[in-house]
Design a binder for this molecule. Structure first.
Ligand code: GLU
Length: 473
């Protein structure tokens, strides 16, 4: 590519970052990193009634969590549309001076009536062009409209959809500046993309219909038109556009659930983009392989099961230190005491990561490491709390009290010996211990659990279980 790649992610801060927006941001980021270009964050906050500081902060938090760092953008000044009004004004004035835009004084009520009439006829409303040649003087309150060609076509060479043709007869002279002086959305986008020297506009399919209007505006301004790539929408399982009806869609909701950002990035990248049949991608691999050519032109279905599978995959890849660190806020949220010994916590996560897809699941699966079980699973109790359980627990208590070292292998040897001595299966003793230590009949390998809990806690929990069985607690 001759010129350096410059792309942007341009969210409107009227809501939290959802998976569709996050994927758009990711594709832009990957494209920039792949081509050693520049990734820009631009906040499209001209709709002041719906844009909030909270949503800007929330979008920034979500992008940071995903690791999508921008080279230009907030907090630097000039990347929020509300800070750029002077730039839009100057461009509008130039278009007016060059006769490419004109003043319009058609009353809103009149336009509204025409719109309704068109609707009633089943047609889309198009401005009549009444003020096109009216030469409205500057001192009358007016809007500014872009003067479009009356015939011909605009052809979009979309990098994903190929050639898309729009007839000019279907477009109208759209408003670039309203009567109150505020610039309109499509105009701001074009002026921003021009002045930020954007080379590739990579955005959602829902903006494809804006593209011919925007291209005509580039041409009116006399600027080269960037390349366009419109990414197909994300769909729910019913193949309708993904929305809240389909469950969580906000990126931060997945963060709250405790997905690793590595899993989310991997998942989002594969949502509509492919590289052979490879499913697992590290960030580096994505940067190495990402291209626009392999984005599919059909909508991609959001598949939570696959996200969860990747969640588990990436848990298993993570070093204990990182898992221990990331688990802490989830322990706090669950009201569990955070152990001071991070190394111990790391070993705990090692025993849980095989089954956990998220940190919330990890906390659920391993709560017994941090607090005594509140009770015993009923079904497990019925099955394993037999009359023989009492003498077996008593014997276990006795032997474990003296056994050295209190480590998984040595404990297993002890249990095997004891099972042989009693003429029972190892699993009977192991399950009894498991229920006593964890409250449940499923857990990480029980000798590891016992070793991590340590002798004191293990004995205390076995003692407690014995007391319960003897009806003393
Ligand atoms: N602000 C628009 C949105 O949030 C994006 C516009 C664009 O990418 O051109 O959907």
């Amino acid at each position: 590519m001759a010129e350096p790649v410059r792309v942007r992610f341009a969210p409107s801060p009227t809501g939290h970052l959802h998976v569709g927006g996050a994927r758009t941001a990711l594709f832009n980021w990957l494209f920039a990193r792949r081509h050693r270009g520049v990734f820009i964050l631009r906040v499209e906050d001209t709709d002041r009634s719906r844009s909030t500081e909270e949503f800007i902060a929330s979008i920034v938090e979500a992008l940071r969590w995903l690791g999508l760092d921008w080279d230009e953008g907030p907090p630097a000044a000039g990347y929020r549309q509300t800070e750029r009004l002077e730039i839009y004004r100057a461009h509008a004035e130039r278009l007016l001076a060059e006769g490419r835009a004109y003043r319009c004084v058609c009353p809103p009520e009149e336009l509204e009536a025409q719109r309704k009439a068109a609707q009633a006829r089943g047609e889309t409303f198009r401005y009549s062009g009444k003020c096109r040649e009216a030469h409205v003087p500057a001192d009358v309150p007016h809007a500014l409209r872009l003067k479009l060609p009356l015939s011909g076509q605009t052809v979009v060479q979309d990098l994903i959809h190929g050639t898309v043709v729009f007839e000019h007869g279907q477009l109208d002279d759209w408003i670039i500046v309203r009567t109150d002086g505020s610039p309109t959305y499509n105009f701001c986008v074009v002026v921003d993309d021009v002045t930020m020297k954007i080379t590739h506009v990579i955005r959602g399919n829902d903006h494809l219909s804006n593209t011919p209007k925007q291209i005509l505006c580039y041409q009116a301004l006399g600027y080269p038109v960037p390349a366009f790539a419109h990414i197909p929408m994300i769909l729910g399982a019913d193949r309708s556009r993904l929305s809240k009806r389909h469950g969580a869609t906000s990126v931060l909701a997945f963060k709250e659930e405790g997905f690793l950002p590595e899993a989310m990035v991997n998942y989002l990248a594969r949502l509509g983009w492919s590289h052979g049949d490879q499913e697992i991608f590290s960030r580096e691999e994505l940067v190495q392989h990402f291209d626009l050519a392999h984005i599919g032109s059909a909508g991609a279905v959001f598949d939570r099961v696959k996200l969860e599978w990747l969640g588990n995959h990436w848990m298993k890849q993570m070093p204990a230190e990182r898992l221990a660190n990331d688990l802490v806020p989830f322990l706090q949220r669950a009201g569990l005491a955070v152990p001071a010994d991070r190394q111990w916590l790391g070993r705990v996560t090692e025993t849980l990561k095989e089954r956990a897809r998220t940190f919330v699941e990890m906390v659920e699966l391993g709560a017994f490491y941090f607090a005594d079980p509140a009770g015993y699973d009923r079904e497990a109790g019925v099955k394993f709390f037999t009359p023989e359980a009492v003498p077996r627990l008593a014997l276990l208590l006795k032997r474990l009290a003296a056994h050295e070292p209190f480590e998984p292998e040595a404990l297993e040897t002890l249990y095997r010996g004891l099972a042989a001595e009693l003429g029972v299966k190892l699993v009977d003793l192991a399950q009894l211990t498991r229920i006593a230590l964890t409250g449940r009949d499923a857990s990480p390998p029980i000798f590891q659990v016992a070793a991590l809990l340590g002798r004191e806690k293990t004995l205390a929990r076995l003692r407690k279980c014995l007391a319960v069985l003897e009806g003393k607690a």
